[in-house]
Design a protein around this ligand. Structure first.
Ligand SMILES: Cc1cc2nc3c(=O)[nH]c(=O)nc-3n(C[C@H](O)[C@H](O)[C@H](O)COP(=O)(O)OP(=O)(O)OC[C@H]3O[C@@H](n4cnc5c(N)ncnc54)[C@H](O)[C@@H]3O)c2cc1C
Length: 291
């Protein structure tokens, strides 16, 4: 299918991009990898008057660690998460998720910024960002602000981004000793959107108890869901099956899956518990230095 007519802009700076977005007052869309936006335009579910292609803006594609954070630029390609030794070694939750997103063609085009900005509850990276306690740095013509991932996802395809704001960078607290994380996804066929996905992040004290926990879910609610009660339950406990079983139950309680081609709601709900257990055990093994 052919998308409706639109004006096309390819700004070479962030300032220029946000000025164009502002000028169109909500009728322009950012174009990053186009892997989500172009399909919805072809189906005429979105009909923006203008596209603002951000691929020519320098310094928006990077993966680097500084004293406090892992910083991922918005136009970093999904496959770059797979190719990064830093990510594999210190933030494996992101390479777990990236490896199972679509296929190499989509991963080479699709961006990390696009994946988290789209607001699709079936996208895999938002749950990882919730579990990791990420912050999103965004710019508008009036300045820059930082939005915690837990405040970013408001409803299906609705995020805290204003129409004149551009996501510049994702900042994730720097990995610490005793930290381990994992993303576990159930899909019908390799490369499919998830039936259910679970992201888990654990930081252990030197005594081996859980100092902090992040647990978030994909595709079982209107947005990616942060399982706050389950996280609270884990803090102070030993990273063992008893604590993980209860956390998985608490995670299951916040879900509201719908029955669709990927499976009945009850099946998805049951799978949340199974996948949460797997993700927590894997995160714990990694926190203890395992693969
Ligand atoms: C066949 C297929 C299978 C897929 N399977 C999966 C899957 O299993 N898991 C998964 O997670 N995803 C999957 N996807 C989606 C894919 O990961 C997309 O690449 C991703 O959702 C969007 O990234 P993008 O760079 O292509 O964004 P675009 O399509 O360019 O943009 C998506 C939305 O985000 C906005 N946006 C993009 N960048 C910014 C920015 N920097 N600031 C503000 N707004 C921005 C756009 O305006 C648009 O509204 C699949 C896609 C396809 C085509």
């Amino acid at each position: 299918m052919i998308p409706p007519r639109f004006e096309y802009f390819a700004p070479s700076s962030i300032d220029e991009a946000v000025q164009i977005l502002d000028r169109f007052g909500g009728e322009a869309k950012v174009l990053a990898g186009g892997q989500s936006l172009l399909p919805v335009m072809k189906l005429r579910l979105a009909e923006p008057r203008a596209l603002v292609d951000i691929n020519r803006i320098p310094d928006l594609a990077h993966i680097r660690e500084d004293a406090k954070s892992l910083r991922i630029g918005a136009t970093t390609r999904t496959n770059d998460l797979n190719d990064s030794e830093l990510i594999h070694a210190r933030y494996p939750i992101l390479s777990d998720a990236a490896y199972e997103i679509a296929d190499p063609l989509v991963r080479n085009m699709g961006t990390v910024g696009g994946n988290v900005s789209h607001g699709d509850p079936a996208n895999d990276l938002p749950a990882c960002m919730l579990a990791l306690g990420a912050h999103f740095v965004v710019r508008s013509p009036t300045g820059t602000r930082t939005i915690p991932a837990k405040e970013f996802y408001q409803d299906t395809f609705v995020t805290a981004l204003e129409s004149n704001e551009l996501l510049l960078e994702i900042q994730i607290p720097k990995a610490r000793p005793g930290q381990g994380n994992a993303y576990v996804k159930l899909e019908k066929r390799i490369g499919d959107f998830p039936i259910v996905g679970v992201a888990a992040n654990l930081v252990l004290t030197t005594k081996g108890t859980i100092e902090s926990a992040g647990l978030a879910l994909t595709a079982v609610g209107p947005t990616a869901l942060k399982a706050t009660e389950a996280e609270r339950h884990l803090v102070g406990k030993a990273p063992e099956d008893d604590a993980f079983q209860r956390a998985a139950e608490l995670a299951q309680e916040i879900t509201s899956p719908v029955s669709d081609l990927r499976g009945p709601a009850e099946y998805k709900r049951a799978m949340v518990r199974v996948l949460a257990l797997r993700a927590l055990h894997r995160a714990s093994a990694r926190a203890h230095g395992g693969a």
